[in-house]
Design a protein around this ligand. Structure first.
Ligand code: AMO
Length: 433
């Protein structure tokens, strides 16, 4: 049995058998208290005579048979098991994780830290986010596809590519499935994928990973506004379903969900130019390349983590920043025919400083324009020959977006660092465990 079933007044007085691990142990003279953790991460207090448990250590694996009783003093819900029999599977060696540990040690021992209540709670929230993300697409008639992870070309700029030797040639780990999804829409219609994306991010921030779970979508015959409507519906659905399914976990994480409850379409569309005006009016400064001098932000600057934080400091719902200058966006972003130099593109920023969680928009569908943009960015169009074919054979207006699962989980769980939203984080300095 599991703790979730047992913690129920209908079991009081009944005999149960439960397996798990010693999460906490308080040895006393006659009776001792074990907080047993089951294989779903739930816990229940078990009381056993001290002579029976003498050999037990933290994380020993055991099976206890005993009678369920209700006692308001029992932690975690007021139920406990008065144990009669104990079966020991393994006596754990001295456990390296205690109650107060540095973040670094918890990362070094992540294979064990997955057993902490915080990690269990975040992992469950993450599972719900993945589940409801998939569910939204399935229920709305989008088809699931899988793009290759080993690729030949860059999508999001060469500086974050992981290079690998692929038999006798060079190849890269995919930064985004986008270009492949674009190829699929001509025969499969609206498609989506959930695959790992890789970025050789040099910077150490609380929102960048070298490997992240990327939920991406692409559809034919859509414009920017169509894409934004998909994004806001998807994110609202995932947020609402997750806070309902994971109320207990979010409470454990001390996440006040009152702002999440308000997340529903439409999200504000804040033009990039207006975002710059707001930042300037607040005297917002950005660092120059030398890092030492600062200047006011200007039209044409990309929005840094700090500027995104400033823009979303006081909002409760995500916002879209729309219409970035194409100069700060990749070659595939379509230029707005009404506004020279402005892209039909938008980033969704999560409230309270969490910043960008999606990026997307309309793609450049004209072969001459996209080739020019590639050349301007120093890319060799020959390296994108197959991709350019998509503009050669029946090109259509189309668009899509990418959502970083860890960024979304970070916002929903209020996690300080993105490394806590993934079970085995990959960063510049960490590729183990
Ligand atoms: P972009 O590079 O903005 O756009 O990525 C899309 C989304 O992926 C997430 N993300 C990351 N999450 C964790 N660690 C990282 N290093 C990281 N980099 C990105 C973010 C981001 O919003 N192909 C385009 C999207 C499109 O236009 O369809 C792309 O990949 O949440």
């Amino acid at each position: 049995m599991r703790t979730g079933e047992i913690k129920n007044s209908s079991f009081v007085g009944k005999e149960v058998t439960i397996r798990g691990w010693v999460h906490r142990l308080r040895k006393q003279k006659e009776n001792s208290f074990i907080l047993l953790r089951d294989d779903r991460g739930g816990v229940i207090q078990c009381v056993l005579s001290t002579d029976k448990i003498a050999a037990l250590t933290i994380e020993s694996s055991i099976e206890i048979t005993g009678t369920v009783s209700q006692d308001p003093r029992a932690p975690e819900g007021g139920f406990e098991i008065k144990g009669k029999e104990l079966k020991i599977f393994n006596i754990a060696a001295e456990y390296p994780i205690g109650e107060y540990q540095s973040d670094e040690l918890l990362l070094d021992k992540r294979h064990l830290a997955l057993r902490t209540r915080k990690m269990i709670a975040i992992a469950k929230v993450r599972a719900s986010v993945l589940h409801f993300g998939r569910q939204w697409f399935v229920e709305n008639g989008w088809m699931e596809v899988t793009a290759p992870i080993i690729v030949k070309g860059a999508v999001e700029g060469g500086s974050t590519l992981f290079k690998l030797r692929y038999f006798d040639q060079d190849a890269y780990l995919s930064q985004s499935a986008q270009l492949y999804l674009e190829a699929m829409i001509f025969s499969l219609g609206p498609v989506w994928s959930l695959t790992p994306s890789f970025r050789a991010e040099k910077s150490r921030t609380v929102r960048h990973l070298a490997e992240f779970s990327h939920l991406e979508a692409e559809a034919p015959w859509v414009d920017l506004e169509d894409i934004l409507r998909v994004e806001e519906k998807l994110v609202s659905y995932v947020v609402h379903s997750t806070i309902e399914e994971r109320a207990e976990e979010l409470e454990f994480l001390k996440r006040d969900i009152s702002d999440l409850q308000k997340v529903e379409p439409p999200f504000e569309r804040l033009p990039y130019s207006r975002a710059i005006d707001i930042l300037r009016s607040r005297g917002f400064q950005i660092s120059e390349d030398d890092g030492a001098t600062k200047r006011s932000i200007e039209f044409g600057d990309d929005l840094s983590i700090e500027s995104e934080r400033e823009l979303t400091r006081e909002v409760e719902k995500p916002i879209f920043v729309v219409g970035y200058p194409i100069a700060v966006k990749p070659f595939y972003v379509k230029e707005d025919p009404q506004h020279h130099g402005i892209g039909l593109t938008a980033d969704m920023l999560a409230p309270r400083g969490f910043g960008e969680i999606t990026s997307g928009g309309q793609r450049e569908d004209n072969i001459d324009s996209i080739t020019k943009r590639m050349l301007k960015e120093g890319l060799n169009p020959e390296a994108y020959a197959w991709y350019l074919d998509l503009r050669r054979y029946g090109s259509v207006p189309h668009g899509g977006f990418g959502l970083g699962i860890e960024r979304l989980v970070r916002w929903i769980t209020n996690a300080e660092d993105i490394k806590d939203t993934v079970l085995f984080p990959r960063t510049r300095s960490r590729v183990e465990p």
